[in-house]
Design a protein around this ligand. Sequence first.
Ligand SMILES: Cc1cc2nc3c(=O)[nH]c(=O)nc-3n(C[C@H](O)[C@H](O)[C@H](O)COP(=O)(O)OP(=O)(O)OC[C@H]3O[C@@H](n4cnc5c(N)ncnc54)[C@H](O)[C@@H]3O)c2cc1C
Ligand code: FES
Length: 499
Amino acid sequence: MASAHTTSYAPLTEDTEADVTVIGGGMAGISTAWELSRTGRRVIVLEADRIAAGVTGYTTAKLTALHTLVYDKLRRTRGGGAALQYAVSQQGAVERVAEVAQELGIECELERFPAYTYVRDPAGTDALRAEADAAREAGLPAAYVTETGLPFEVAGAVRVEDQLLFHPRKYLLALAEDLREHGGEVYERTRATGLHEGAPCRVTTETGATVTSREVVVATHYPVFDRALLFTRLSPRRELVVAAPIEADRDVQGMYITEEEGKRSVRTAPYGTDRRLLVVTGEQFPPGTGDAVARFRRLAEWTERHFPGTDVAYRWAAQDNDSTDTVPLIGPFHPGARHTYVATGFGGWGLSGGALAGRLIAGLISGDPPPWANLYDPRRLWGPVREAPAFLSHQAKVAQHFIGDRLRTTHVDSVDEIPPGTGAVVRIGARRCAVYRDEDGTVQAVSARCTHLGCLVAFNAAETAWECPCHGSRFSTEGTVLNGPALRPLEQLDIGSDV
Ligand SMILES: Cc1cc2nc3c(=O)[nH]c(=O)nc-3n(C[C@H](O)[C@H](O)[C@H](O)COP(=O)(O)OP(=O)(O)OC[C@H]3O[C@@H](n4cnc5c(N)ncnc54)[C@H](O)[C@@H]3O)c2cc1C
Ligand code: FES
């Protein structure tokens, strides 16, 4: 966000028509809109805030087909053919970004490096050997190795050659401009608030203007207008990121990930003329749970311990959704959908996944889907439930929050107990209020009931935001929606005379 220009496309203010409406301007939405514009269709992108400033603006931007330990799992659960299709489609997406960047002359810091999944605990090496074997069998240039470019020893690693690092905002902002030059339109600060499926479809927006189009793509990260109840198949996971400048001769020459220690992911990016920016991700947790301040501290300490002499200069957080069977949900929106599509459930790999969604949805709309389309079809989850244990476990957690939160009397007993700079849920009369007290002592109160399905929100002190543990909606202290699936803000409350 600090190293690419900002955008200021106007909101949609008048009713309009298009061939395709794409809702959401992240990696998935802009890639899909751009691919569709190349088929000659007139495409409109509706973005609630600014494009490439959602999860895509706060990602770590490894563009790779090595997704931790996916190949062995796929081989075991869906067969070698599925693992092969996954490898072909994901590596194809990696190369598609390189190809498009070259075709349009986009300077987006593309660099080729190997990608590694590593373990430090010898007990994990069998799983890595199996992964290396499954990835190689699926056609990737994969090997099991014990040497990496990290400044500490590992017990073992899967290494896949020729993967990419890039700057997703620089890439997507250029795609959006090219889309406009080819007759497409981009509207920012235009949240879609309603979807009427039909022939044609109609999308209503918060500005009051509507878009009528034959096809609609929902690329809002967590799907809105979720008729297939996909939210029951997705679990949100928030991750923290810290970044520190390092000397160029300390570069790690690759991209790394481990599931150990609550996950650690490492890459570097260009930084000024003679340094690199070390980017470390980890400490994943369900939104609205635990102490994000302590987690940030742990991640910074890990970084400074493993890369001595570094000073963390940036920190941020974002979240992604895991599907219950690990594979993203990209394709028809629901079992009866004829002209609506969705792209979600990227499980931490939505840069290759978003580029892939562009190719897949453009193929479906053009009547020329790629041969691996069925692997990602969201409707697969409505057959016999292969992923039943993960599904049931997620739903049990949601039920626990839904019922448990309501039974809890209060989170604190009175507004007086809330110190400056923090927030808590307080029962005032019959209501649960989410109350934030700023550093000057001014109190801001909103309803604590998430506007998605009514779970109680919890305060994240590290990011000064209210988070819903059920499906990951996030709200500012004024109640504005920061992340869906919620569409409506938390109701503002005047508790002045009640405090
Ligand atoms: C910390 C972190 C690190 C990651 N690192 C990597 C990585 O190294 N490699 C990788 O491949 N993936 C990575 N991922 C995952 C990847 O960043 C995401 O999967 C991907 O960016 C998701 O793109 P998206 O387009 O689905 O979502 P977004 O980028 O969030 O875009 C969705 C857009 O929809 C808009 N929107 C929402 N609701 C509405 C509405 N009602 N109307 C209009 N617009 C709406 C939002 O404002 C947003 O701009 C990482 C994720 C995290 C959290
Ligand atoms: S996000 Fe679903 S209830 Fe809050």
